[in-house]
Design a protein around this ligand. Structure first.
Ligand code: FDA
Length: 324
């Protein structure tokens, strides 16, 4: 299964697979399960529906791996725009945003990190005006030190800026110890990327690492954001929450839009629960990571992609090569 998972994660970067997925009408319903829609109004409508059910939301504007500073600036503009709409709709208390520094130009070479820091600061300022917060997603393992550095610099002005930590990385526990400070908002997830064996855990060792990181965060004054759908991790978190007598407003669970919606509602009876809601045109890499997490999603996708490859994609081959 891990070979398949790695292939799918590699497929997230494949233009050919992307074309197949984008053209398949059969893939669309599966995408709609995980993505709120292409437009800001789709994102806000979904956020309103979820907040009406007493769930919190973090909105993620889909876009990563930008190739120019202009694209990075366009991402900043998109976040500022959605934050204005969040505020105008009176959703600031319950709806924050998540962002990927790669979408702000972090990997653009010389000057990329500064560009990403400037962009993150501008988005944080817009979030502050909207009365809400921001969380930085964790991406490829090569970017983690830079993301932590940008987080630390931006936190000097915006102490509520959150950050995601991936338990599959061997460095996660030490990073959690560094972040286990009063008020520090830390989202703990297993990790949706691939890293070399020297830097990462596999299989059950990821869950063990998740448990150690959870204990570090829940025994501290940090604000842990427990991002998982795994029943074993959720149970472990509940035990630690009871053991450390955490008050309801001192932590939250987080789950992805479209994944275990019944559990989202069940958990929210006794805990704060935030749903991560992606929106925008650039759904493909996000969607491929969700497929890699679940064999059942994958089987559906392979069937749909195979039928697309023998249908419309073959007929349109000439036009694809012809400059689309
Ligand atoms: P696991 O993968 O073991 O799933 C447990 C169960 O949940 C499965 O058996 C299934 O029932 C259900 N499930 C899980 N994924 C599913 C899916 N895609 N479709 C359907 N059912 C599914 N990663 C990262 O690298 N950087 C980040 O910043 C974030 N941010 C983030 C935010 C939030 C709110 C969440 C919930 C997750 C992330 N992730 C992430 C993704 C995370 O790292 C991880 O890949 C997924 O959450 C899957 O791991 P689980 O802990 O859910 O367990």
């Amino acid at each position: 299964m891990s070979v398949l998972r790695n292939s799918l994660l590699a497929g997230a970067r494949s233009t050919r697979m992307r074309r197949v997925a984008e053209r398949s009408r059969l893939v669309r319903p599966l995408v709609d399960r995980f993505v709120a829609g292409a437009l800001e109004r789709d994102a806000v409508a979904t956020a309103r529906r979820l907040t009406d059910e007493d769930l919190l939301v973090t909105l993620d504007y889909l876009g990563e791996d930008v190739v120019s500073a202009d694209q990075a600036r366009a991402t900043v503009a998109a976040y500022r725009s959605i934050l204005k709409i969040v505020a105008a709709n009176g959703l600031g208390a319950n709806v924050e945003v998540s962002l990927k520094l790669s979408a702000l130009g972090q990997s653009l070479g010389a000057g990329g990190e500064q560009l990403a820091l400037d962009g993150a600061m501008a988005i944080c300022a817009a979030a502050a005006s909207a009365g809400t917060t921001v969380t930085l997603d964790a991406e490829d393992y090569t970017t983690i030190s830079s993301t932590l550095e940008i987080h630390s610099r931006a936190r000097a002005e915006f102490p509520w800026l959150g950050i995601a930590i991936q338990a599959y990385l061997k460095r996660a526990e030490a990073d959690c110890q560094d972040l286990a400070r009063a008020g520090c908002r830390v989202r703990l997830c297993k990790g949706a990327y691939v890293a070399p064996e020297s830097a990462s855990y596999k299989g059950g060792a990821v869950g063990d690492s998740y448990g150690r990181c959870l204990a570090t965060l829940l025994s501290s004054n940090a604000y842990p954001m427990i991002a998982t759908h795994d029943p074993a991790m959720i149970d472990a978190a509940k035990s630690l929450i009871a053991q450390f007598q955490r008050s309801r407003d001192s932590y939250e669970f987080q789950l992805l839009y479209g994944v275990r919606p019944d559990e989202q509602r069940a958990l929210s009876a006794e805990n704060r629960v935030r749903v991560y809601v992606p929106y925008g045109d650039e759904w493909y890499p996000y969607f491929m990571r969700r497929l890699a997490e679940r064999p059942a999603n994958l089987r559906f996708f392979v069937r749909a992609a195979a039928s697309a490859a023998t249908g419309p994609i073959r007929r349109s081959g000439a036009s694809v090569g012809g400059g689309k």
